[in-house]
Design a protein around this ligand. Sequence first.
Ligand SMILES: [Zn+2]
Length: 507
Amino acid sequence: MSRMTRVRTLLPDSSRCLRCVFLAAIALLAPALVWGDSDVIRAVEKSASFETRLRTLCDELGPRPAGTPSMVRAADWALSQFQAAGLDGAWLEPFEIPRSWSDEGAKIRITEPAGFELKAVSTAWSPSTPARQEDLELVLSDGLGEGGVSRLGAKARGRAVLVLLDEAKTFYAMGVQEGNAIRAMREAHEAGAAAVLFASIKPNRVLFRHVHSIDARMDPVPSAVLGREDALRVGRLIESGQTVKASVSISTTQGGPVRGINVVGEIHGSEIPEEVVILGAHLDSWDLGAGCLDNGVNAVGVIEAAQAIIASGRRPRRTIRFILFDGEEYGLFGSRAYVARHRDELDSVAAVIVHDMGQDRIQGYALGGRPELETGLREAMSRIDDARGMRHTRDAFIGSDHFDFQLEGVPALVAIQDTGSYVLPYHSELDTYDKVDMDLVRSRGAVAAATIFGLANADQRIGPRLDRDGVETMLLRSGMADQMKFLELWDDWKSGKRGRQASPTNP
Ligand SMILES: [Zn+2]
């Protein structure tokens, strides 16, 4: 049985035509909404364009970091797909990303006690090494976490610090290792290290690209990710007590502002068009793979959802906006720019849903520290079979395009998905079309489409927009404030540079 069949469809198959008469009779009595929901689900499940579009995005358009010609091509293509889907409107919203960065190649060769090359790639937003550094001595961090590099003291100064991050087999474990990498980078800077070399968190010499900040800050120390097995070998040599030296060349380019492009499409609401629900996913990607699971499957899912709702022939009560964000990987720049540009309209945004966790089954939605949203969400999803067993959580975290909407007090949900097929390819050279499972992609896409359609048709909004005090209470209670402090984003909130402004009557 296809996984798709877990999503309920109320329209009968032709093979079950004995039930057709019965169901047709119900149809005459049932509210239009029921048929709209099932038509949307069926349209996504049966869509031939879903696979074609995903192949085009992954194989023809390929990797698409923000500000690059390939991202511009992808945005133009996405706009043409919105137009082909027959939306009421579709347009591009350019914005500025303050900095750009590109990898010009990392070459790292052990020169002592034996000569051998390491598989390596620079970390995102790493500066270059000053010049090719010959005979740079390597030291091993004293474990992971707080103090791992600091404890090396003067031994780290002017040397390359090797940090043996643990292999990460789950999405949660990846987050833990990202935290370890951020701490190591900060401590290496304080200690005056010449470079930081990280063991890849993926096995089989698979490399990946990731950031150490959320707002495209250049790292203070040049760093690279090493093939895991290469790094472990070097670690053993250091542990054996021998002097280990390397020739290290990390070459990157830091540039000025670049143009990001959000792609926006819209279906006008029939009854309360002034209220808007948003379905979003980022279209940009890192460059090692093709950004197929992160986040091509969900970006194409947004286009397919729009097309399916049009194809259902049922106009939603509220307006639905479909947004493909740019600049997410660089630091959530597209959603931040959207929120800034549309700040005056945010009172009218009833809900935002973002998908950014690959192709696997949706476990539920993270409610962003607002458990009171669950009742309305369950009601909006009540006609989706897959939704019955879902576990929505009150979790609040920063990592995708829902974040700036949450800072503005708008009900903003992000899908929590199984990650079995996601963890290994994530941000790596393995994120290519061959990892796609179209059954999973269609099933997840059907849930996303039916959910946004349900939210657009709901009797009431799932929750109010919070005022600034309400947002701050949510940030403190949910633990998001601590995450923002760790990532040095809290001051932007406190100063009013980012997020909900105090109202004039309630400063
Ligand atoms: Zn992503």
